[in-house]
Design a protein around this ligand. Structure first.
Ligand SMILES: [Fe+2]
Length: 200
């Protein structure tokens, strides 16, 4: 299924207004502009919503709106990449098929699947691919221009079941607000957790 280019307009506009922060923790895949929204692991704490959700609620809303229209797998997490070329890697912490799609104005930038000493180049621009990328070694072909990609997946850690209230972003008085269930997560406060409380 090909997705119309216009479906990505709001996401691109928001990323051009304010690029993603560089993520220094993508050790295996290479440093770059790549951030996770939705459920993430938090070291020795239980998985919970990423700080990106309340730091960039407008962007998160555009991702959720996109998913509602076009994403046909169940997911609780989203990785967004901006001009980020990944080295060959297996995804981690997902279960089942992920949904991967690229967009933007770029040359090259195919998804490369590394199988049995063969390289398979797949053009995923506006054309999502669904597969379990924890089982397929994959990377990004070099590219010129602005390449964005989105990965929707089910975040999963063994022994750490995810059972969180649903996320939503509401616009109230012209402000984008991230809700964790019924709880509004304020930008300057974030999600409270046990370690913080102990220190107080
Ligand atoms: Fe990946």
């Amino acid at each position: 299924m090909e997705i119309p280019a216009s479906a990505f307009d709001e996401i691109i506009k928001e990323l051009e207004r304010r690029p993603l922060e560089v993520n220094k923790y993508r050790i295996k895949t290479g440093e770059g502009r790549s951030q996770a929204f939705g459920v993430v692991g938090r070291r020795n704490l239980a998985p919970d919503y990423s700080r990106q959700c309340w730091k960039r609620p407008e962007l998160y809303k555009h991702l959720l709106d996109f998913a509602e229209k076009y994403v046909d797998i169940s997911y609780n997490a989203i990785t967004l990449n901006q001009n980020y070329r990944t080295l060959p890697h297996y995804d981690k912490h997902n279960i089942g098929d992920s949904y991967l799609v690229s967009f933007g104005d770029f040359l090259g930038g195919d998804l490369i699947l590394h199988t049995d000493n063969m390289l398979e180049y797949i053009d995923i621009r506006h054309t999502p691919m669904k597969a379990d990328f924890s089982k397929i070694l994959h990377s990004t072909e070099s590219f010129e221009g602005n390449r964005y990609s989105l990965v929707f997946y089910q975040f999963h850690l063994p022994n750490k079941p995810v059972n969180l209230p649903s996320p939503s972003v509401r616009i109230e008085n012209g402000e984008y607000k991230f809700y964790r269930g019924k709880e509004w997560i304020k930008k300057n406060v974030g999600i409270s957790h046990n370690l913080k409380k102990k220190k107080e």
